[in-house]
Design a protein around this ligand. Structure first.
Ligand SMILES: *Cc1c(COP(=O)(O)O)cnc(C)c1O
Length: 223
């Protein structure tokens, strides 16, 4: 059942790559497993999925302990509290939601020397919603430059959660804008666009997503 759903989703991603002239294999699936059980993660893993995204630190740690024998790459995609940066720096391969120099500095300082640099994305509040986390587009060049100097981080790109829209063209617009802003920085190490969830997967791939973060369309609705 879950294996079928995973297969269908990977097919959908492949078809979108073709439809929007994206290179084959350029879009990676991040399975968003928040609120889902370790058993469900294990099923997806057995069906071949390796990258999983979690929003809550404590919940993620419990699952990581239970699934310690699995070769999973854990991504943190939730809001960051500064008293949790040590756990994030120690237990994750990626953090998608960095939105201040202070948080980036803490993550770099707390990343254990025994681990490779922590992959990070800067979260950009592209729709300008006051309630949302993330920096503005204007702040992106400076924060990129500042974070690039931190020894134990590897700045990979940007992440966005635009305001939900039903219309396909409206879904594309914020991603197009952010993609252009990153392209203008002309920095080849910015190779990651963490764009798109279950509701706007196609629009995100059309506008350059390299990681799509999918929960509902893989695991079903959250309770
Ligand atoms: C929950 C969540 C997702 C997955 O959303 P779905 O609509 O269930 O695919 C993706 N990104 C973030 C940041 C999330 O919090």
């Amino acid at each position: 059942m879950l294996a079928n759903q995973l297969h269908k989703l990977l097919q959908e991603i492949q078809q979108a790559e073709v439809a929007y002239q994206r290179p084959p294999g350029s879009v990676q699936l991040l399975a968003v497993s928040k609120t889902k059980s370790t058993a469900e993660i294990a099923w997806a893993y057995q069906a071949g999925q390796r990258h999983f995204g979690e929003n809550y630190c404590q919940e993620a740690l419990i699952k990581q302990r239970a699934l310690g024998a699995f070769d999973i790459s854990w991504h943190f995609i939730g809001p960051i509290q500064s008293n949790k940066t040590k756990l994030l720096a120690t237990k994750f391969a990626w953090v998608h939601t960095v939105d201040s120099l202070k948080i980036a500095q803490r993550l770099s300082a707390q990343r254990p020397a025994s681990l490779p640099p922590l992959n990070i994305c800067l979260q950009v509040n592209i729709s300008g919603e006051a309630s949302k986390a993330g920096i503005s587009l204007d702040e992106l060049p400076l924060l990129c430059a500042q974070v690039a100097g931190l020894a134990n981080l590897k700045l990979r790109g940007v992440m966005a959660i635009p305001k939900p829209e039903d219309d396909f063209e409206r879904q594309r617009l914020p991603y197009k804008q952010l993609f252009a802003a990153v392209a203008a920085l002309d920095n080849p190490s910015l190779d990651t666009f963490s764009f798109g969830m279950s509701g706007d997967l196609q629009a995100a791939i059309a506008e350059g997503a390299t990681i799509v973060r999918i929960g509902t369309a893989l695991f079903g609705a959250r309770g």
